[in-house]
Design a protein around this ligand. Sequence first.
Ligand code: MG
Length: 387
Amino acid sequence: MRITAICEQAVRLEGAVANAVVSFRDHTVSLVAVVSDQIRDGRPVAGIGFNSIGRFAQSGILRERLIPRVLDANPDELLDAAGQLDPARIAGVALQNEKPGGHGDRAGAVAALELAVWDLNAKLADLPSGAYIAQRLESTPLANGAPTYAAGGYYYPEDSTARLKDELCSYRDLGYTAFKIKIGGASLAQDLDRIETAIEVAGDPGKVAVDANGRFDFDAAVTYGNALAKYNLRWFEEAGDPLDFALQAELAACYEGALATGENLFSSADSRNLLRYAGLRHDRDVLQMDPGLSYGLTEYLATLAAAETAGFARSQCIPHGGHLINLHIVTGLGLGGCEAYPGVFQPFGGFSSGCALVNGNVTAGDAPGWGLEQKDSLAPLIAELVA
Ligand code: MG
């Protein structure tokens, strides 16, 4: 078993949506192919991965540092005891001579590569990645797909509660029963109108989450928390800076509802500090670390173990990133749910025609691996990358 090539292409996200902090107009994603010497149907089997959504492509780090290290390594050092490519070993080789700490863009670059290896292994096992992960890690997969909420409610150049209502109704018409919208990009009064619109569409405040994307200082976080308390929302996400654990802890001390955070922590070390110092409550709060932003699935397993040691259940782990890779990870590891971006972030957001949405649960389909080739918007990009 050998890797014969590793390719990377930066792909621009479509759309001009914004949250309280960033516009996604110029965002890109690194699409990575790890090509093997294994032949199926007359063609080399290639594993495909990408670094989730919400950051940027990492072409430089991948092409100048990570990919050359893996291709220059002794091929036997990349294999596990069974002779399969070992995602953990490959991530380790990719990070040779890199100092610990400073988990920024490098974490996404490694993740795209590491997740491509998981895809390759699942394809060689002829299993969907969710089933492959459950088998390899001896975890209990979700039997009926992943409970999935539609994440939208971004701020648009031409925005109104009528536009928001139309958007959420379109998700409801697709079969989604839970929603998340952005807050913090408008006045509090406007945001409360938006929240009430979302509750009206959902029919239940427990089906509506809100996300401030780290916008607030402590006073604004508490002001919003006090205004949100009466609604009993599903959760209040990323009130303050993702690394301000003191703010998170002070908010947890005065806001009784569920809080959610973690999508902008890019290592298990950072996540352990969150669990130690941010006052999170293991009877209600939600952890959103995203494998595609944080060194891949191997690192995510360490984060998950730390969360479980701290008393959190897998049902409280709902990774950021509404796409096929996380759908399979959630399903295979038996996590609490998945995000979906039915209207935005193409070509990566959302699922494929092989996936089914029933009663708010999404099943991942039977295609081997992550099934990215079954997604119409991605298939031509993958074909071009591996050609
Ligand atoms: Mg978020």
